[in-house]
Design a protein around this ligand. Structure first.
Ligand code: BMA
Length: 859
């Protein structure tokens, strides 16, 4: 806990040996909270939110467990008071200016310091800074934050505009508000009001750091290291510095230094009392470039910007950046439709990735370890891009720091999703400020490759029938709503991005659409839920095309061990039970969709556990099929971001990792399908077509060995094929008639095994089926396994006498990770996987259970 301790953030200058005046004092201690209309006060944790404080005091139960969420809906209808007293450190008091800073207030908050109202905050996404020097005393300063109920604040706005704006996923009924979807009026994370994977927990609280920053004479308020030109030969960087001073400094020198303290460039300038902007250009020859995963190392540079006058360091700022150039190519294709592909440092990149939602409804509970793990899991799945989706938050700095470090490109939405918004007046001004705050905060991160207006908002209006409906009942209103939405995405956000990040890319929304229209599936990026929501067979992924799939997905349930954590009572273990339905926010229809696919593609699971397993297998196969199809279609298709990477509470959803961080089958299968070298088969008519996709930047000589086995292990057919494949391409390796492959055998009795090896040593192995998996005549299999202790866990070796489809290993334990799971076993061929856990081999043997499609089919 940093608490009231004094942190001198900037101490001694390398060049001038002067003490620097800017100091920071965190105000995270001694907080209490309570209802404004009651006198009881309880200890509070800051940063935090009301719900977590109430939970800590035992005043509400954990809303993630069972049906508890229903019982806490009163919390957002109340006003809450947070209060602390603090002593100001001598260091802070000695400075000429003291600013009180809130990095985030959720959301409608009046702030009082020593009984003076100093702020009325109304936007969760903004940062606030107030000059408080004149209000401070040495001791017993009282800081009060009065949080108004977001429901009470926004209800009058809803009543005034009744019926004009809509929010597809706002679960107002669950909050006892009937159809009053107020969320659009608040500049607050949309998913707090519920989503089709999220609970309705509308939080309030000091959700990011609060501190005092003290300074004298000058401080740097902003540094933008604008990369004007980046190539292998040189990088031209413009350091745009904003400096606030309270005196004229006619003889200032701006110095940019590297991490070794060497001066990169210096510029003399005259600073005027007030706000100053100074630009200093510098060139780095033969820069080490920032590359995304798969293309190279994400190299980074640290630059210090110093303001010096008369040999004294007045202010300093440090930035860690990566040098890279990014382009989004949207030139017309041969049919005249807009392409959509990223070019990083001159190299065309196939974007492999996922969509990210906030990791928790209680944002302040997400630890740095969880951030690391969540992003590490994207990297482990061979991804190079992650989309920060518009219904959540502009993420914490740590998220982007990790993406910079891990080489994950970030597609950054502005925080608008599946809604129409009152884009006028104060609301719009607040959005302008929010965009300004967040672009300035994030723009030095090399990971951000795209700023996007929002998620499906334009589609909601144009393509989901909203416009048509309103035009019938309220044509005037429809005109207003349309004009406001277009102004927001095509003017306001566009203008702010072009001012603050002139060389960055902005698109008005995802999926892509041009002014006056919704998306059309062929131009730009596409969201495709025909498979999933609209019950097209999984094989339709092989037919549907796009230049860039930025969303597609299939729901599944968490595994049994995870279900037990939020539904410990086994009598609720039925997907239709009240509890399980509560943790399925897509409603009855979403469960029906899963059941329909499971029955159609895999057959009928006999019990709850089998159903959980089958739902995961379905999702895994669906994601794998989609990814393979997108990659085979390269270079027509140059991106595949699945929906969705993570959950914000325990739930049935589209996530490939559950709330507790457990990988679902899909995460393993996605990892496999995103490997740099892919071998993928698809049946067309009477033929099997096998492709190799090469994301490696090298030409490869590849050798394919294709073997058809019966499910009991006899070889039916085998053939090999060699070919040279070029970098960044998809190549048809082989086309073979099914009758040739099958001989006298039936499709239901065989598996096609493909093993691809490249001259570089990279290899890929996969199985393919010639019928739906429910029709496979899988045989009862005898498994033999062995568990051996190794550093950090165990190696599990498993063998089977018959072909086994999608063997899932589960452990009766909360914390473990397997590097392989949901894999096939060829008869007699052992598979080894690494289990990371603290369990002994004996424990593992005892707690390990298996389930496979074979066992599910055994009656
Ligand atoms: C897309 C997303 C989310 C939603 C998902 C699944 O619309 O942008 O809004 O959760 O599909 O329905």
């Amino acid at each position: 806990m940093r608490g009231l301790c004094l942190v001198i953030i900037l101490m001694i200058s390398g060049s001038c040996n002067q003490m620097l005046a800017e100091q920071r004092q965190y105000l995270h201690d001694n907080w209490t909270f309570g209802l404004t209309h009651q006198s009881s006060r309880y200890p509070a944790v800051v940063p935090g939110v009301v719900h977590t404080d109430l939970m800590r005091q035992g005043l509400i139960k954990d809303p993630y467990i069972g049906l508890n969420e229903r019982d806490v809906q009163w919390v957002d209808k109340e006003d809450w008071l947070y209060e602390t007293t603090f002593r100001v450190t001598d260091g802070v008091l000695a400075e000429e200016h003291v600013d009180l800073c809130f990095d985030g207030l959720d959301t409608y908050a009046d702030v009082y310091l020593n009984d003076h109202k100093i702020l009325e905050a109304d936007n969760m996404f903004r940062r606030w800074r107030i000059d408080v020097k004149s209000l401070l005393r040495v001791d017993n300063n009282v800081l009060r934050v009065y949080f108004h109920s977001p429901i009470k604040v926004d209800m009058p706005k809803w009543e005034k505009h009744s019926g004009l704006y809509d929010a597809a996923n706002d679960q107002s009924e669950n909050g006892g508000l009937q159809d009053r979807k107020l969320s659009v009026f608040a500049r607050k994370a949309g998913y707090h009001y519920g989503w089709d994977w999220g609970p309705r927990l509308v939080t309030s609280g000091i959700w990011r750091d609060v501190y005092m920053e003290a300074w004298s004479k000058a401080r740097i308020t902003d540094v933008y290291l604008h990369q004007c030109e980046v190539s292998k030969q040189k990088a031209i960087v413009r350091d745009e510095v904003q400096i606030e001073t309270d005196i004229d400094i006619p003889n200032a020198v701006i110095t940019v230094m590297d991490n070794k303290g060497r001066s990169v460039v210096q510029k003399k300038c005259s600073l005027r009392k007030g706000q100053n902007t100074v630009s200093v250009d510098f060139v780095i020859k033969n820069p080490r470039l920032w590359w995304c995963r798969g293309l190279g190392k994400p190299e980074r540079y640290t630059f210090m910007t110093n303001v010096v006058a008369d040999g004294k360091l007045m202010a300093r700022n440090e930035q860690r950046i990566g040098l890279r150039s990014v382009r989004l190519v949207m030139d017309p294709d041969e049919k005249g439709n807009s392409q959509f592909y990223f070019v990083l440092n001159g190299v065309r990149v196939f974007a492999k990735g996922t969509n990210y939602i906030p990791q928790d409804n209680f944002l302040t509970t997400v630890t740095p370890e969880r951030y690391w793990q969540t992003l590490r899991d994207a990297v482990l799945a061979n991804m190079n891009m992650i989309r920060v989706w518009g219904g959540g938050i502009y993420e914490n700095d740590i998220f982007y720091d990790l993406c910079d470090e891990m080489g994950l490109m970030v597609w950054q939405d502005f925080m608008f999703a599946c809604s129409t918004y009152p884009a006028e007046g104060d609301w719009l001004e607040s959005v302008r400020q929010e965009a300004d705050d967040n672009i300035r905060r994030l723009r030095n991160h090399p990971c951000i490759v795209l700023w996007c207006g929002g998620n499906e908002c334009l589609d909601a209006w144009y393509n989901w029938g909203w416009k048509g409906r309103m035009e019938k009942t309220d044509p005037e209103g429809a005109r207003l709503v349309e004009q406001q939405q277009e102004h927001l995405y095509y003017d306001v956000l566009q203008e702010i991005t072009s001012q603050l990040v002139p060389d960055d890319i902005y698109t008005p929304g995802s999926p892509y659409s041009v002014r006056g229209h919704g998306s059309d599936d062929v131009n730009g990026d596409r969201h495709f839920y025909g498979v999933g929501h609209r019950r097209m067979p999984v094989s339709m992924y092989n037919q549907e095309t796009s230049h860039f799939f930025s969303e597609y997905g299939m729901q599944s349930f968490p595994e049994y061990a995870s279900v037990l954590r939020y539904a410990p009572d086994t009598t609720t273990h039925d997907i239709g039970s009240q509890l399980m339905m509560w943790h399925q926010r897509g409603g009855v229809e979403a469960n029906k969709v899963i059941e329909w696919y499971v029955n159609n593609e895999y057959g009928h699971p006999r019990d709850f556990r089998q159903f959980l397993y089958a739902s995961q297998l379905l999702q895994g196969d669906a994601m794998r099929t989609a990814i393979e199809s997108h990659r085979r279609d390269m270079p027509h298709c140059m991106g595949s971001l699945l929906w969705q990477h993570n959950d914000c509470w325990p739930v049935a959803s589209w996530s490939t990792r559950d709330y507790y961080g457990h990988w679902k089958a899909a995460h393993y299968m996605v990892r496999h399908a995103f490997e740099p070298l892919l071998c993928s088969a698809v049946t067309k008519g009477d033929s099997l077509l096998v492709y190799a996709v090469n994301d490696l930047q090298l030409r490869q000589q590849v050798r394919l060995r294709l073997t058809v086995y019966t499910l009991s292990g006899q070889t039916v057919h085998t053939q090999t094929q060699t070919k040279v494949i070029l970098p960044n391409t998809s190549t048809l390796l082989l086309k073979q008639s099914l009758s040739e492959l099958l001989k006298e055998h039936k499709r239901e009795d065989v598996v096609v095994n493909m093993s691809l090896t490249a001259s570089s040593g990279v290899a890929y192995e996969a199985n393919s089926f010639l019928c739906l998996q429910k029709d496979l005549r899988l045989l009862p299999a005898k498994l033999a396994f062995q568990v051996d202790a190794v550093d950090g866990g165990c190696i599990i070796t498993i063998k089977s006498d018959k072909f086994v489809r999608a063997l899932a290993i589960s452990l009766d334990a909360e914390k473990y990770w397997l590097d392989k799971n949901y894999f096939d076993l060829l008869p007699g061929v052992p598979v080894q996987c690494f289990l990371r856990s603290s369990l002994s081999p004996a424990d593992v043997r005892q707690r390990m259970t298996f389930i496979s499609l074979n066992s599910m089919k055994e009656q």
